[in-house]
Write a protein that binds this ligand. Structure first.
Ligand code: SF4
Length: 452
């Protein structure tokens, strides 16, 4: 059989790609001696699969095409976003949609598509043992772990039930970590089983400790795959080439087939978001092409909980900045004491920050990151990635001007324009369209900071 006739197993192709992306020495070796290099790494991949791309730098390889040739599908498309139809709370659903509209304008398309993954993130410890110098969320050292005691089990189950009752089954789109490592918690699997019992889904899980105990990792993977049938919810974060070697020596390609590796080692051709600890590095900061200046790792629009501290933060992704160094907005932050109090706080956050329709009592203002251009018969709002045009009536030009000044409530605008429009609904309908497109400032937006 020739190279062209054979087709690689996905497991071997995946390992090939991991080494290619993580290790800058692999491509020159492949160029020099493809078969010998594959053999040295025990890889069963046909040379014909990658030979046409050998002259390209790794970042320019057409991975989507090669993935499709190997798998018959695009790997990235298998990452599911939040199922909005499973959100039962109308205020939260409308708010979530507006945030997604904003995100689409603030991030380049493929990146924006990956930022709607979860509605809840549950931190089951305080701090993290990882100590990564690129840490997106500047996790402090591990201080405390939320063990699965009888009391904590009661709190945890109560929170899951309340989340489901308030938000709907979509609350199961969650992670079991944030600025924490899930496997720092020896009871992590028990918390996950409860989440699965409540939602029929496991929290998404990525750990830096996947290679520490292969039996633990493989058991976890088996549990997720067997119960859920979707094996892409578990991943290892890789922070050095040594760690990648250890992972590849401790797990077979088949064992890692559905365990995603996040290649975060400094040599990898992947990039770091310009958030968290990367912003603080001086001198040794990686080159600009290694840093994704407008990127964020925050894929949560919803509620970030810390269980030991009993805190809830309402957050959503945004481009990193001095004001938002972790790449997410914090709309509010509250504490809770027990499951009924958690349900009350959730309801309060929703009532305080989310409306279905444009707020009647709030001053209406165009988001400050939008560039306003007044046209003869309307106005345009632009971000680096999207343009919204409102034209067809000279009144729209004046409405755009008024919304930019941020000094009118809806009733003020209706009164201001009533003499000039035959349709009494013209102003309120236009404001509604702007609000639903996420172009107006949300109630509470910017009230706190990433430090709260
Ligand atoms: S990147 Fe992840 S594993 Fe590393 S310190 Fe931050 S939270 Fe911990």
């Amino acid at each position: 059989m020739t190279d062209m006739e054979s087709s690689p197993s996905f497991a071997h192709y995946k390992r090939f790609k991991e080494i290619l992306v993580a290790d800058p020495g692999f491509l020159p070796d492949l160029r020099q001696d493809p078969k010998g290099t594959l053999a040295a790494h025990f890889l069963s991949v046909p040379v014909a699969l990658f030979a046409p791309h050998l002259s390209l730098p790794v970042r320019s390889w057409p991975f989507a095409d090669i993935d499709r040739r190997v798998m018959g599908t695009d790997w990235r498309h298998e990452i599911p976003g939040v199922d909005e139809s499973a959100i039962i709370n109308p205020r939260f659903k409308a708010w979530f949609r507006r945030q997604q509209e904003r995100i689409r304008g603030q991030f380049v398309k493929p990146h924006a598509d990956l930022l709607n993954q979860v509605l809840f993130a549950f931190e089951l410890s305080v701090g993290c043992s990882g100590g990564c110098d690129f840490c997106t969320f500047s996790a402090p050292s591990l201080e405390e772990v939320f063990r699965y005691t009888e009391k904590n089990q009661h709190l945890w189950r109560g929170i899951l039930i309340a989340a489901r009752e308030v938000i709907g089954p979509a609350a199961g789109f969650c992670t079991g970590y944030w600025a924490t490592d899930p496997f720092d918690n020896p009871d992590y699997e028990k918390f996950c089983r409860d989440a699965h019992a409540c939602f029929g889904r496991f929290p998404k899980t990525t750990t830096i400790k996947g290679q520490v105990s292969p039996p633990r990792s493989l058991e976890f993977q088996k549990m997720v795959s067997e119960k859920q049938g979707i094996p892409t919810f578990f991943g290892f974060s890789v922070t050095s080439l040594d760690m990648l070697d250890r992972i590849h020596s401790r797990f077979s390609p088949e064992e890692l087939e559905f365990i995603g590796l996040a290649l975060n080692n400094p040599e990898a051709s992947t990039r770091y978001s310009n958030t968290g600890r990367i912003r603080e590095l001086t001198g040794e900061k990686p080159g600009e092409e290694k840093i994704y200046l407008e990127g964020t790792s925050a894929c949560l629009t919803g509620f970030l909980l810390n269980l030991p501290r009993r805190t809830i933060r309402l957050i959503s992704p945004c481009p990193p900045s001095e004001a938002w160094p972790f790449g997410y907005l914090v709309f509010d932050s509250v504490r809770f004491s027990d499951p009924p109090d958690f349900a009350r706080r959730l309801e309060w956050l929703i009532a305080e920050h989310m409306t279905v329709d444009r707020p009647s009592e709030q001053i209406l203002r165009i988001r400050s990151d939008l560039e306003l251009t007044l046209l003869e018969d309307g106005f345009e709002l632009k971000t680096p990635h999207l343009k919204h045009t409102f034209t067809g009536d000279p009144l729209l030009r004046e409405l755009g001007r008024s919304l930019a000044t941020g000094s009118h409530r809806i009733a003020d605008l209706e009164e201001k324009f009533i003499l000039y429009t035959a349709s009494p609904d013209f102003i309120s309908d236009t404001v509604r369209r702007l609000f639903e497109a996420g172009l107006l400032v949300e109630p509470g937006n910017g009230a706190t900071s990433n430090d709260d």
